[in-house]
Ligand binder design. Sequence first.
Ligand SMILES: Cc1cc2nc3c(=O)[nH]c(=O)nc-3n(C[C@H](O)[C@H](O)[C@H](O)COP(=O)(O)OP(=O)(O)OC[C@H]3O[C@@H](n4cnc5c(N)ncnc54)[C@H](O)[C@@H]3O)c2cc1C
Length: 350
Amino acid sequence: MELFDVTIIGGGPAGLYSAFYSGLRNMKTKIIEVQPVLGGKVNIYPEKVLWDVGGQPPMQAQLFVQNLVNQANTFSPTICLNTKVEQIEKHGDIFVITTNNGETHYSKTIIVAVGGGILNPIKLEIEGAEKYEMTNLHYTILGLERFRNKKVLVSGGGNGAIDWAVELLFVAKEVVVIYRKDQLTAHESQVEKLKEHGVQIMLNAKIQSVVSNDTKTAIEQVIVSQNGDIHEIQVDDVLISHGYNREVSLTFADDIQPMRKDDYYLVGQGQCKTSVPGIFGAGDIISYDDKVNLLIGTFQDAVLAVNNAKKYIDPKADQYGMVSSHNEKFAEKNKELLEELFCKAEAASL
Ligand SMILES: Cc1cc2nc3c(=O)[nH]c(=O)nc-3n(C[C@H](O)[C@H](O)[C@H](O)COP(=O)(O)OP(=O)(O)OC[C@H]3O[C@@H](n4cnc5c(N)ncnc54)[C@H](O)[C@@H]3O)c2cc1C
């Protein structure tokens, strides 16, 4: 039986930063992630440019994920991908984690960092529509270039849909937005951008059916009903952004049930503790007053969760980790980095 100090469930931003910080605090760390890749929800917007992460220049989300993963690997945690945690129990002092592939993992503490759970996009409710997912029916945008000079119909009016519509403005030939309600619910500034670019926005409108091309492989036309009228819209691509269904991914044994909010979120008890000693939460999954569900918020949560996991294992440990300038774990790494920088500067001056 290999026993870990900390097992982090979920390899999104909260889980990745927890792994880095846990290594910094000398704890034997494991991350378990259900997807084949790390990065969490950020992977659903890889080309979006992030502007609001402190101290980082604007960068595409996929680069941000890469940086997070590199940082998480600093202290070489064990990483299990394609592994869904299903059940957590406690035997004596040890948490026992069982997964969908029949494995058992053992840990002194748990950091739950499962975000919004396993998210499945709400699909277009039209019989047979799934066959177009191979061609021009999309539920997210993995690369904008795919849409260059195309006419794209975006269905949805929330932040997800409108953010995509704005991104598409810069590559697509034309963007049409349809939304079932009488007002878009996305951020005003984003809606303004669509209006400034003269995007056709159809409110009280929904997709009634789709017409395929001659080879029946792609959508050629979308039939939209709006206030009793029918519109036939020629398209190259269709993007559906109707939100996500959440799969509540993991369960806890009866004797270690953390308090939940809305049957899902873990109720924080201060400092990212849950109501169960030894189980901590970080990122979108944990709920407390004044919580911000943003990338920057996940880092604060991770630090609190890790520091409290450390104290749980060793009550005499310092409450806080050393800042990086004083932390001996970085001394050797700093030397290597500074030498590398020095060599680069010298090469540049030649
Ligand atoms: C479209 C969109 C745009 C956004 N834009 C921004 C932005 O510009 N700036 C910003 O600051 N924030 C933004 N956010 C919010 C930000 O992405 C989230 O706050 C952040 O991803 C939360 O990180 P997390 O690690 O808590 O959860 P997640 O990113 O959701 O990661 C949770 C991970 O846990 C895994 N998991 C779930 N259940 C299990 C299980 N049972 N076993 C194993 N693994 C499991 C999931 O697969 C996932 O990888 C955006 C969100 C969305 C949806």
